[in-house]
Structures are given as structure tokens and as C-alpha cells.
Design a protein around this ligand. Structure first.
Ligand SMILES: [Fe+2]
Length: 573
């Protein structure tokens, strides 16, 4: 018999463990396999062939091959290089012309002589603020810009969401109080402030959103998309949800949950929410709470219906509003979270918070405890994308991407900025809500004698509706307006690899690496992840012109000038 290979010799065992990236258990399993006669796997095989049972929790979904590679391949919009605030003006010009509403679409509806307060902070890119100033001047507004100081821009990990929303809930409540005072003072006609959550009734002063953190976020067809299209997509979605009797949400990351969309949630015509529940939950802001929020359609009513809450099943995911998190599973019984499984540090913090609050009665809640599931909200804008530069830090986090069409964000805890939340805070209870995002959900609605699919594998089916396509055709190519700019690349789901080993056990590492390549080597990234080359070439200049509002092709290059998108060069194939 020959001598054992060097790596099997005892004296080197600890060196192997230290450098292999494998756990001791995994090494032992491989050692036993090799002693039993198997050849030693090559290094790349070692990664792919790690015994799943040694590391993967049994709850995590497994696939023999990525189920969505053909159906929902990844894509990312071209990385435009913006060097001057003037390049951003055409996008803001479109936003300035959109009709005002309280929703999450940026709709500033600027008027000559209007008294506008733009509220930003040091986490916003100065070039974006400068562009906003120019557009307010262009529209003849009497404007003020308040620059708040939020301290150094933090880098995030997903587990930060737990403290973030305990703090942020208070910040939002402070904003609501400030808006109340400002509304009574009558100094401004309109505020452009914040990019999530509720705003006040707008009888005296309008409040609209400021979602533009960086040039990358602003320079997108998401913000030039004609408002009639966004409105039609919202209405298509909302009309179906509110008419449904039962809703089931599945997602390949492990969600399978359903609830009854009780008549008791709605008024007698099922057009708006039940006015009694609205009066309880949204006292003082009933106009806002009685219906969906444009750009954020309520896949589950943002009200609790005591005695009837019957959300049941499991919700699982790898992203919250702040950043990717280790795979997390929530077990739901009658809309209450009865167990939080896995989740690394995020899961551990949530379990602690749950234990601290499980015995407490919150105002308006169906039973004891803080951890109730109330939200399954649906994004509707196909061109929202995950920002690459600076992710995840400061405002450049996963909050923005939740409004891409077909993405669902699950929310649990107190209902954001509702009166019940404010009542709970006044009683000294901990308030806040937390999230998991679903990027490839399939939502089926049980309707009167009929069922309908609302979202299929993350594709909001409003985008395929013939009437909406016809409307889009008035504004250019309907395929471009109604195709998502961004579909995340998830190993094991729509990219080669194993879902657990190459993604779900540490999604933040993958996403950071992926976005780094996407940002700096976009021409390589798209083919690396098997993306549809149509969304890299941009041959007709859809992304670089914001769907036709501007032409940046003369100056747009990939970062570091690797590749010119402007003339249809074959970057991906
Ligand atoms: Fe939400």
C-alpha cells in the first residue's frame, strides 16, 4: 500500500481545517468518505459537494436544479455614469409634472409660486440635492431646502433592522408631529420629505416623497414612467386584491401562507376598508388609512380584525428593509407569529423581542404580543432597481427596492404610524415593525366562483394585461415599459448553484460581491449570471434616455469606461 496523500496525514489535519473553509464535522465526513474508497474531490467540488445535512437546516427549501433559471433570469439596468446635476434634470422634470398623490410614486406636481419645503439630510448625495434645487427654480417654486444632520453614514447588516425600526418608528412619529404643526402654521403648500410610511391628511399642506438618494436611483425610467401607466397598474392590482375572498402567497425561498380576506375588513361595497376599523386604527388620518397606497398595494389589509385573523402558514426570506439577512422563517398561526426560526443574528434579536412582548396587550391587536403579521404589500413600478453604488449603507438599503412591481414585503409588529401604534408608544410599549421581502412570489386569489393569479414567480400580471399593454404602447415600446429593469440574481433559484450553500446561509456576502461586479464590470456580470442580454445592450437607449426623456448616450459609459452602451456594442454576448 502506498503512503496516504499529504492532506490525510494527521499532523496536517488542523491546517486543512483552518484553510478549507469547512467545519470540523464536514471535514470528518469527507475523511470518512475518502477512507471508504472515494477519491478526494477537487477544491471546487468540495464547495459544491459539502454534505447538506451537515449544515443546512431541514426547513430550508432544496432544489435539484434552480427552478427559475429559464423563467425569471436575472437582469440589472445599465450602470449609467452621471457626472453633473444637469443630467438628472430630465428625470426630475418628469417627476415635477406627475399629478400629486399621497403614494410612494414620486409625484411632485410642482406649480409656479408654490411654497415648497424640501427636506433632505447628509445621507443624500449632494448632486441630487443640487438637481432638486434646479428643478424647484425651473418651476418657479418659492422653496426652502432643509439639510438635516444624521451623523456618519452607517454600513448595514440585515440584523440592524431590529433596532433600526425601534428607533425609526419614533422618528416617524416625530415627523408626523412636526408635520401637524407645520400644517397648522400654514407656511408651506407642499413638503417633499421621506420615502416611506404614511403622511398626514393633505387638506392644508401636501406631503410628497423624496426617494432620490443617489444619482443612480434617480436616473431611471422608474421616475419617467407615465403616471397613467403606474396608476393603471396600481388599480389593476388593488381591484383584484380587494375583491378576493382568500389570498395565498407562495415563494421559492420557503413562504406558503394564506388568509381569509374577510368581508369585515371592508365597507359594504368592498371599495374601501371598514370605516369602524379605520376609525380605530387610523384615527386622525382616516382618509389615508381607508385604502391602498399608490405604488404600495395592500396585499393584506393594514388593519387587524379581532376574532377573525386567520393568517396561517410559514413566511421565509433572506432580505428585510435594511439589507440581506441569513435565511429566516416565521411560523404564523391566526396571524400571530408563534415561532421565529433560524435567521442568524436577525432571528436571535427578533426572538428576544418576541419573548419580551409576548405577554403584553397592544391596543387594537387581536391578542397578546407584538409579533402579529399585518402586511403583505405589493410594489407596482417595474423599473425600480436595487441601487448598486453604496449598498447597503445609510438610505441606500432594501427599502427602495420593495416597490418594484411584484415584490412583496411582509411586515409584522405595530402598523406603521397608525393611531394604534401611537397609543401603544404612549403606554410605554415597544413599537416598531419588521420585514421579510419576497422577490419571486406567486399570489393566487380566490374570487367569487373563480380563482386568479395576481403575481407569478415575481411577475405582477398587470404588466401583461392587454389594456395596460395598449396604454403603454402610446408611450413607446410596451415591452420596455412593462419589463422589469431589475430581477435579483439568486444562486439556486435563478442562477446556477445551490440555494443554501451558495446563497441563503450568507446572502449579504453574495449580494455585496454580485453588486460590486455588476457596478464595475456590468458587461461581464450579465453573462456571468445568465441574464437576458437585451437588458445589457440597451441598443435602443431605453435606460440611458429614461424611456425617451433625455439622451445621455454621449457621456454614458460603464464605470471605469469599460464599455460604451450608447451605440449598441455587444457587451453580453
Ligand atoms: Fe409597507
Amino acid at each position: 500500500m502506498g503512503r496516504s496523500p499529504f492532506w490525510m496525514q494527521k499532523q496536517l489535519t488542523w491546517t486543512v481545517i483552518a484553510h478549507s473553509g469547512l467545519t470540523v464535522t464536514e471535514i470528518c465526513i469527507q475523511y470518512r468518505q475518502i477512507k471508504a474508497g472515494a477519491r478526494r474531490p477537487r477544491k471546487e467540488e468540495r464547495v459544491l459537494d459539502q454534505p447538506i445535512s451537515a449544515t443546512q437546516p431541514a426547513l430550508v427549501p432544496t432544489y435539484t436544479s434552480p427552478p427559475l433559471m429559464a423563467k425569471r433570469p436575472p437582469r440589472c439596468p445599465p450602470m449609467l455614469e452621471i457626472t453633473s446635476s444637469d443630467q438628472l434634470l430630465p428625470y426630475l422634470d418628469a417627476v415635477a409634472k406627475r399629478p400629486y398623490n399621497q403614494g410612494l410614486h414620486a409625484c411632485w406636481d410642482l406649480k409656479r409660486g408654490e411654497r415648497v419645503l424640501l427636506r433632505v439630510d447628509n445621507w443624500h448625495d449632494p448632486m441630487v440635492v443640487e438637481a432638486c434645487k434646479k428643478i424647484l427654480e425651473k418651476y418657479g417654486c418659492k422653496y426652502e431646502i432643509v439639510m438635516a444632520e444624521k451623523g456618519p453614514i452607517p454600513d448595514w447588516v440585515g440584523a440592524d433592522e431590529v433596532e433600526y425600526y425601534l428607533r425609526r418608528t419614533k422618528e416617524l412619529a416625530d415627523w408626523m408631529d412636526q408635520w401637524d404643526v407645520m400644517s397648522k402654521e400654514g407656511k408651506y403648500d407642499k413638503l417633499l420629505w421621506g420615502y416611506g410610511g404614511p403622511v398626514l391628511a393633505d387638506a392644508d399642506m401636501k406631503i410628497q416623497r423624496m426617494p432620490f438618494i443617489t444619482p443612480e436611483i434617480l436616473a431611471s425610467p422608474a421616475h419617467t414612467m407615465p403616471y397613467e401607466l403606474l396608476h393603471a397598474i396600481d388599480m389593476w392590482t388593488w381591484e383584484r386584491v380587494r375583491a378576493s375572498k382568500r389570498v395565498r402567497i407562495k415563494d421559492p425561498e420557503g413562504t406558503d401562507v394564506e388568509y381569509t380576506n374577510h368581508a369585515g375588513y371592508y365597507d359594504s361595497r368592498r371599495e374601501n376598508f371598514n370605516p369602524d376599523l379605520v376609525a380605530q386604527t387610523w384615527a386622525g388620518n382616516e382618509q389615508f388609512g381607508r385604502t391602498y397606497l399608490p405604488g404600495h398595494v395592500l396585499g393584506k389589509p393594514w388593519l387587524y380584525l379581532p376574532g377573525k385573523e386567520d393568517g396561517n402558514g410559514v413566511i421565509a426570506g433572506t432580505t428585510n428593509h435594511i439589507a440581506p439577512v441569513d435565511w429566516t422563517q416565521l411560523v404564523i398561526e391566526n396571524s400571530r407569529i408563534v415561532d421565529i426560526r433560524e435567521g442568524g443574528e436577525f432571528g436571535a434579536k427578533l426572538r428576544k423581542l418576541k419573548a419580551e412582548t409576548d405577554h403584553l396587550q397592544y391596543p387594537g391587536f387581536p391578542g397578546k404580543g407584538l409579533m402579529y403579521w399585518w402586511e403583505a404589500s405589493i410594489g407596482t413600478n417595474p423599473h425600480i432597481h436595487r441601487p448598486r453604488k453604496g449598498f447597503p449603507s445609510g438610505w441606500i438599503n432594501c427599502l427602495y427596492e420593495r416597490v418594484r412591481s411584484g415584490v412583496i414585503h411582509i411586515g409584522f409588529g405595530t402598523i406603521i404610524s397608525s393611531m394604534d401604534e401611537r397609543r401603544a408608544a404612549k403606554q410605554g410599549l415597544k413599537v416598531g415593525h419588521w420585514h421579510l421581502h419576497l422577490y419571486f412570489p406567486t399570489v393566487t386569489l380566490e374570487r367569487e366562483g373563480d380563482n386568479e393569479t395576481l403575481i407569478e414567480d415575481g411577475r405582477l400580471l398587470a404588466l401583461d394585461d392587454p389594456k395596460i399593454r395598449k396604454m403603454a404602447a402610446k408611450h413607446g415600446d410596451p415591452d420596455l415599459w412593462l419589463s422589469e429593469s431589475w430581477i435579483p440574481a439568486v444562486p439556486g433559484l435563478n442562477v446556477r448553484g445551490d440555494y443554501w450553500r451558495h446563497y441563503a446561509r450568507d446572502p449579504l456576502s453574495w449580494v455585496k460581491a454580485e453588486l460590486n461586479i455588476c457596478r464595475n464590470w456590468h458587461h461581464l456580470f450579465m453573462s456571468m449570471v445568465g441574464a437576458d442580454p437585451k437588458f445589457c445592450h440597451d441598443n435602443i437607449g431605453f435606460w440611458m434616455t429614461g424611456g425617451g426623456v433625455t439622451d445621455l448616450s454621449a457621456t454614458n459609459t460603464h464605470a471605469h469606461g469599460h464599455h460604451d452602451h450608447g451605440h449598441g456594442g455587444g457587451c453580453c454576448g
